[in-house]
Design a protein around this ligand. Structure first.
Ligand SMILES: Cc1cc2nc3c(=O)[nH]c(=O)nc-3n(C[C@H](O)[C@H](O)[C@H](O)COP(=O)(O)OP(=O)(O)OC[C@H]3O[C@@H](n4cnc5c(N)ncnc54)[C@H](O)[C@@H]3O)c2cc1C
Length: 148
């Protein structure tokens, strides 16, 4: 587990692409595996510390910026565990960068449609925000237009 405590180290976790400037956190925890995720969540709950999950920080609405408590960053949970080509499913840790995942599945001629325009986003951030790229909206629109 990496733990960041100094003001300079914490500062980058108090911003995303919004203009929110009032973030504050005591510490940043960076778990490196599932066991460490459990440990840090248990610690926060026991100590009644609010915790905020931080992914790549490309969000536009300050969702990853805490006002108090601690940050749990998923940046080291970046493993692609399994890609099932036949069933077109994949198991990823939440800190996998979407761009890396896209590159990996491209080898099998597969595509992950609901990725936001920002390829640096993590899969966990993508799922949590339900972010979609315009290509998907375009396809949905096309489909509903076809149905009409
Ligand atoms: C240039 C640009 C273009 C963009 N284009 C689009 C677009 O086309 N469509 C769109 O919808 N969005 C878009 N976005 C917004 C943003 O990229 C998406 O919302 C993205 O999916 C956020 O991912 P992230 O990893 O940066 O998450 P962060 O910004 O770090 O976090 C976003 C939220 O998700 C939560 N979260 C992250 N990981 C987890 C987890 N593992 N478990 C629980 N909660 C979690 C955080 O707490 C926070 O509330 C764009 C942003 C930029 C800068």
């Amino acid at each position: 587990m990496i733990i960041k405590t100094s003001k300079e180290e914490i500062l980058p976790y108090l911003e995303d692409t919004s203009n929110f400037k009032e973030g504050s956190a005591e510490k940043v925890f960076i778990p490196q595996d599932e066991k460490e995720v459990f440990e840090v969540v248990e610690f926060a709950v026991k100590n009644k510390l609010p915790f905020t999950i931080s992914a790549a920080g490309t969000g536009t609405v300050a969702g990853r910026i805490p006002k108090e408590g601690v940050v749990i960053s998923t940046e080291k949970l970046d493993k692609i565990i399994d890609i099932d080509i036949k069933n077109k499913t994949a198991v990823l840790q939440s800190g996998v960068v979407i761009y890396n995942f896209l590159n990996e599945i491209k080898k099998f001629n597969l595509f992950y449609p609901p990725f936001p325009t920002e390829k640096g986003a993590f899969i966990g951030g993508n799922v949590a925000t339900n972010a979609l790229e315009s290509i998907v909206l375009g396809l949905v629109q096309q489909e509903s237009m076809l149905k009409k």
